[in-house]
Write a protein that binds this ligand. Structure first.
Ligand code: PBG
Length: 328
């Protein structure tokens, strides 16, 4: 051949060169670690469907938050499991509720750690739905917004840095933004679960958060996984309503959605939630010796970042912090 030919393999010829030309880097600042705080227990209860993850007492959650911070992780997202549930999910917005106490205590113990408070009702309602029900069991949108406003206010007052509404109610971001601003919490951010699909990957989380719906499903509020154009609409509305961050959830089966939302709204920080089912599948396959846990987890998280996520909520965050300490 008498002309220079491009040989892509030159750029793959050694580990050092591959590292130099790598397009995507995972960093510890990318990750958010979920913590489940359960009222009325001592110690930690392992979640069978999520090996390595626990329901924790308030004391243990505080200890966990300290450990997470010492590993270099910047943020946690908190979920509360109350002892008493009722139709209106009152424990979600009670100032003495488990989640309010957890936010306050974690923020006071580890002030540098960013505390994201998931704002939903499903862990707190007796029926397990994400809002108030009418007599036919349908979730009522606007009355639910009133409860979300109370919830956001209480979490902000307790010190949450970011409120993350996950219930997929129409207008939830606007409602929460106005509740926060009216009470002077201008600096409390909103990370909206803007694009949240009605997914079969949430099963293990519902064990962890004790939040499975008692009847029916969430298809009348969470998105249909056959849709992607609708993701643009949901995100656009959230931006207009005052969201500071967008989110796509789940992540792995929705990389096309992550990529699209990043392209459509490049100026918005984008979070992706690597959800419980995605985590548990890796754990289960690794336990059977069918895949190597660390390499597969790193590959999955890299794919989520490569697709366009800036922030990744993942149950692997602590492991990643340890793995990133060595060579990935
Ligand atoms: C709702 C909520 C869910 C998850 C996060 N927030 C579950 C649901 O919508 O049923 C799922 C997260 C996961 O699967 O890891 N509060």
């Amino acid at each position: 051949m008498n002309f220079p030919i491009t040989r892509p393999r030159r750029l793959r010829s050694s580990r050092a060169i591959r590292d130099m030309v790598a397009e995507t880097q995972l960093s510890i600042s990318d990750f958010v670690y979920p913590i489940f705080v359960k009222e009325g227990i001592d110690g930690k209860i392992p979640i069978e469907s999520m090996p390595g993850i626990y329901q924790m007492s308030l004391e243990d959650a505080k200890r966990e938050a300290k450990e997470v911070e010492s590993l270099g992780i910047k943020a946690v997202i908190l979920f509360g499991i109350p002892q008493k549930k009722d139709e209106l999910g009152s424990e979600a917005y009670s100032e003495s509720g488990i989640i309010a106490r957890a936010i306050h205590e974690i923020k006071s113990t580890v002030p540098e750690l960013v505390v994201i408070a998931d704002a939903c009702l499903c862990e707190y309602t007796s029926h397990g739905h994400c809002g108030i029900l009418d007599k036919n069991g349908n979730v009522l949108n606007d009355p639910t917004l009133e409860l979300l406003k109370k919830e956001a206010y209480v979490y902000a007052r307790m010190g949450a840095d970011i409120i993350a509404p996950s219930g997929m109610m129409d207008g939830m971001v606007r409602a929460i933004r106005s509740a926060l601003d009216e009470s002077g919490f201008y600096n409390t951010g909103i990370m909206s679960y803007s694009v949240k699909y009605s997914s079969n990957f949430y099963g293990p989380f519902r064990d962890a958060a004790e939040s499975a719906p008692a009847f029916g499903d969430r298809k009348s509020y969470q998105m249909d996984f056959r849709n992607v154009r609708e993701a643009i609409k949901e995100s656009k509305l959230d931006i207009e309503e005052g969201a500071d961050y967008l989110m796509v959830k789940p992540a792995l089966a929705y990389l096309d959605v992550i990529s699209l939302i990043k392209r459509e709204f490049p100026y918005m920080p984008l979070a992706a939630y690597n959800v419980s089912g995605e985590y548990s599948m890796v754990k289960a396959a690794a336990k059977s010796g069918w895949i190597d846990e660390k390499s597969v987890a790193v590959e999955i998280l890299t794919s989520i970042k490569r697709a366009g996520a800036d922030i990744i909520i993942t149950y692997f965050a602590k492991d990643m912090a340890k793995w990133l300490g060595g060579a990935v």
